[in-house]
Design a binder for this molecule. Structure first.
Ligand code: ATP
Ligand code: MG
Length: 390
């Protein structure tokens, strides 16, 4: 059996809610490890310990590195609660990574205050033992190349030298539920990832305009959702039938307003679905100034159709920054697959960049809005349950 220690970050600051956040994190860790048989999760103050069968260690680390709330993960080695055992194990572990000329430091944390030696003393003794046996090393307490940490617990001591970064943030679910408008593009998956990072459990909604957009376009969104589900856990993906709406808009409304009108229809359907699903906000991948529909005027006119907050986690980010995150979270290769989306298919040559509400509402007067919302809602939504590890 191998052991992993996972540390929380910001959760530790959450005062009265701390217990709630910690329990949510433990529960998400357990879900993330589901299917890896033989794993056991233990919760202690500001950290979790996970027991993992040796052959599943890499897999477990990969999964844990996607659990929001975890700031770092360390494989730990156990020693008995006496100095000889601790020094032996410390030396053995350190010998594996020590190289001539490197500097090091020992740091001790004593969760078990009954252990007779105070932490600084422990660190000094272990450090001296390492120096004696590995004379090519030197100590640097300020900026060591290597850090050996000792954690004294109730029944044993843990020793570790490695810290693998976690994704940080808050455990998915603690801040509520959101509905992500997920297209096949680069931005909306990143926006979803950022929402989850702040503790939002997501459901996703995709508008599909078959046959204007192909089955491959839908498949792309399913694949994106699968990547997000590794962070979000089991994820509902709703696919709204958007074809009737696009046909109507094309027939009855001016070309230049198509994008604005389409977005308003999307948000109306999203708002209805959000109410049905108990989502408290709608998330999109809009970034200010990126395309015609992402001016302040446009965002304002589009947002008028619902009272729900529309949150845009990538609003202030440059495309390059969004791309960087999408590469990091592995949505990028899927997002750049060359399948059209419903907006590019119907993109007019000269979309308005500063739509006026009166003009937009006048154009909508030609439409039966309720009937159109119906055509993309309720039974006209197909729902997929995308399996996730959380
Ligand atoms: P993305 O890269 O996320 O597709 P984009 O830069 O292409 O964004 P737009 O096409 O203007 O921007 O879309 C803005 C936002 O509207 C998207 O980020 C997404 O949240 C939502 N959206 C657009 N098209 C769809 C769709 N077919 N289904 C669901 N949501 C969509
Ligand atoms: Mg797009």
């Amino acid at each position: 059996m191998a052991r992993l220690l996972t540390r929380f970050g910001e959760i530790a600051l959450k005062g009265k809610n701390r217990r709630y956040f910690e329990n949510a994190l433990t529960s998400n860790i357990k879900k993330a490890l589901r299917g890896l048989s033989g794993c056991r999760v233990e919760q202690t103050r500001s950290r979790n310990f996970v027991e993992v069968p040796d052959k599943l260690l890499d897999d477990a680390i990969t999964r844990l590195s996607r659990v929001f709330g975890i700031v770092s993960i360390s494989p730990v080695v156990e020693a008995e609660l006496d100095m000889d055992s601790i020094m032996d194990v410390a030396l053995r572990e350190f010998s594996k990574i020590a190289r001539a000329g490197l500097t090091f430091k020992v740091q001790t944390k004593r969760a078990n205050k009954r252990f007779p030696l105070a932490s600084p003393l422990m660190s000094a003794e272990v450090g001296a033992h390492l120096l004696t046996n590995l004379p090519s090393l030197t100590v640097d307490v300020h900026e060591p190349d290597l850090l050996l940490e000792v954690e004294i617990r109730e029944h044993e001591a843990y020793i570790f030298t490695q810290k693998i970064p976690g994704p940080g943030g808050l455990p998915v679910g603690v801040t509520g539920k959101g509905l992500l408008l997920l297209s096949g593009g680069i931005d909306s998956p990143v926006a979803g990832w950022m929402a989850m990072k702040r503790g939002v459990k997501l459901e996703a909604l995709y508008f599909h305009s078959f046959p204007f957009t192909s089955e491959r376009a839908e498949e792309k969104v399913v694949d994106l959702c699968r990547v997000l589900a590794a962070y979000n856990g089991a994820t509902r993906l709703h696919v709204s039938h958007f074809t009737e709406i696009q046909k109507e808009l094309r027939q009855k409304c001016p070309d230049k307003l198509q994008v604005t009108l389409m977005r308003r229809m999307m948000l109306r359907i999203a708002a209805r679905l959000a109410a049905e699903r108990g989502a408290q906000a709608i998330f999109t991948g809009e970034s200010l100034g990126q395309v015609a529909s992402q001016t302040m005027e446009s965002i304002s006119v589009i947002g008028r159709v619902t009272d729900l907050p529309i949150l845009r986690p990538v609003i202030g980010m440059d495309k390059a920054e969004i791309v960087e995150i999408s590469r990091r979270i592995d949505t990028y290769p899927i997002s750049i697959r060359p399948y059209e989306d419903c907006c590019t298919v119907f993109l007019p040559e000269f979309p308005v960049t500063r739509p006026r509400l009166a003009e937009v509402e006048a154009a909508e007067a030609a439409l039966d809005i309720e009937a159109l919302v119906d055509s993309g809602s309720g039974p006209n939504i197909r729902t997929f349950e995308i399996r996730g590890q959380i």
